[in-house]
Design a protein around this ligand. Structure first.
Ligand SMILES: [Zn+2]
Length: 463
């Protein structure tokens, strides 16, 4: 539809007037406004993304290598077939398998304060404690530097990393990335200092009693120690108690185990391009999840975004010029093997991935897109902002990517990422609260619609 012939909000006309002439001509000549409207109406009428997420979460948590992850692969493959997507197939990837086990116990024992239970969980990849647990005094630190400075006090202790996520960041992912080294490398640093276990403050804001799991790593240079997360409430109790009784003891017991690797799969389906089928616009998310909740936000929501975007493109009869492909990756949480294996598969020969858009920041209201690829690419995507703005997309900024799609950067793919509002994300992230009830159907659907609109523009206009 030609914008001057219809009622458009003033801000839209103003924005269109600011566009470079060529881009404006494209937007006017092509009926993108009508297309975006059609996608949006269809999505909001049908709310399919939430229905799909509901079926996916019913399987239970989809920890990499687990039977539930295998069931999710089959559910999504079948879904793609039922929707009439083309080239639906599985691509194998060998993944590690870690199982939490039945036992997770934590408590502090103090001659002054008594015994207080602590809410803990093993971190992904950790070894278990000995069968009768670990019992030791505690050294609390806020950083690796502080631990090194106090190393004469660390021997034989449980090293308690208690640096909170910085609440002053508006971008909660920034706060997460600044605090995450404690979880990932805490056990290595604790071992180097002579500790007997690592206990990490959960990566969450505020005070709650749910421990948040996540990946931890070992180093060949350091002995392997059991590593666990403690809820933020537990961390506050422990920290306060240590001030009152520095001699208190913490008892930890876990029974997690690493089993042999298994073959799992990325799930792939697409709408073939009518003019340039070998040029691919990839929409990606990860199918595996952590095991304490249902992986609803992380990243069931992303999977629902991807499949719903493809469904909307198919139903609105766009017949994209370039292929729009959905990839549901396996093993983002436990090492990213799915993303790496996809990028280097023999199947990629003869394909050219122009752009990849990842959704792995939850199912909250979408507010922006991060766009890589430099100034010219960013300007081009900025010129499409009027089409996304009515969905609530406030901004398009440089940046973007994600664990799963980043291996495609080597071959020149432009990486992008959908960014939903992040204020509540870390309440649910990697813990028992990441369940379907924490996802709002309309917010989720708007994410899928935004992915569909951006995907259709990329497929028609290239990058
Ligand atoms: Zn994720």
């Amino acid at each position: 539809m030609n914008p001057p012939r219809r009622l458009v909000p003033f801000f839209l006309l103003f924005q269109l007037a600011l566009l470079p002439a060529g881009t404006l001509a494209q937007l006017v000549n092509t009926d993108y406004h009508a297309l975006a409207e059609k996608i949006s109406r269809k999505g909001l009428m049908e709310n399919y993304a939430y229905a799909l997420l509901s079926r996916l979460t019913r399987i239970g948590p989809r920890l990499t290598g687990s039977p539930q992850a295998a069931a999710a692969v089959e559910l999504m493959r079948q879904e793609m077939l039922d929707l009439g997507l083309e080239n639906v197939h599985l691509e194998p990837t060998v993944v590690g398998r870690w199982v939490r086990g039945e036992v997770e116990e934590g408590r502090l024992v103090s001659s002054l304060l008594g015994t207080i239970p602590l809410s803990i969980c093993a971190l992904g990849g950790s070894i278990a404690t000995p069968e009768d647990g670990v019992q030791a005094g505690v050294l609390e630190v806020k950083s690796f530097q502080e631990l090194q400075a106090l190393s004469d006090k660390a021997r034989g202790k449980i090293i308690f990393f208690n640096r909170p996520m910085d609440p002053t960041h508006i971008d909660t992912f920034q706060a997460y990335s600044e605090a995450a080294e404690q979880r990932v490398l805490g056990a290595v640093e604790a071992a180097k200092a002579g500790g007997v276990a690592a206990l990490i403050r959960s990566l969450a804001f505020g005070e709650s009693d749910f421990p948040h799991t996540g990946l931890m790593k070992y180093s060949p240079d350091a002995v392997q120690l059991p590593s666990a997360a403690i809820s933020t409430r537990g961390a506050n109790i422990l920290s306060r108690s240590l001030k009152n009784d520095p001699e208190l003891i913490v008892y930890l017991r876990t029974s997690c185990v690493t089993l042999s690797p298994v073959t799992s799969y990325n799930v792939v389906g697409e709408i073939k391009g009518t003019e340039k089928p070998d040029e691919i616009i990839l929409l990606g998310a990860h199918l595996d999840s952590w095991d304490l909740g249902e992986g609803a936000h992380d990243d069931g929501a992303g999977c629902a975004h991807v499949i719903e975007a493809l469904r909307l493109l198919k139903l609105t009869d766009i017949h994209p010029k370039r292929t729009v492909r959905g990839v549901l990756y396996m093993d983002e949480e436990f090492g990213g093997t799915g993303g790496r294996d996809y990028a280097r598969s023999e199947r990629r020969k003869g394909e050219r991935h122009l752009a990849a858009v990842e959704s792995d920041r939850g199912g909250f209201l979408p507010v922006g897109f991060g766009v890589g690829g430099g100034d010219a690419v960013e300007r081009k995507v900025q010129s499409w902002h009027p089409l996304l703005q009515r969905l609530g997309i406030y901004w398009i900024k440089p940046g973007g990517g994600g664990v799963d799609i980043s291996p495609l950067a080597e071959s020149g793919t432009v990486l992008m990422e959908m960014v939903p509002d992040s204020q509540r994300y870390f309440d649910a992230h990697h813990c028992s609260q990441d369940v379907l009830a924490a996802v709002h159907p309309r917010e989720l659907e708007l994410g899928a619609i935004a992915m569909a609109v951006l995907g259709s523009l990329l497929a028609q206009e290239g990058i």
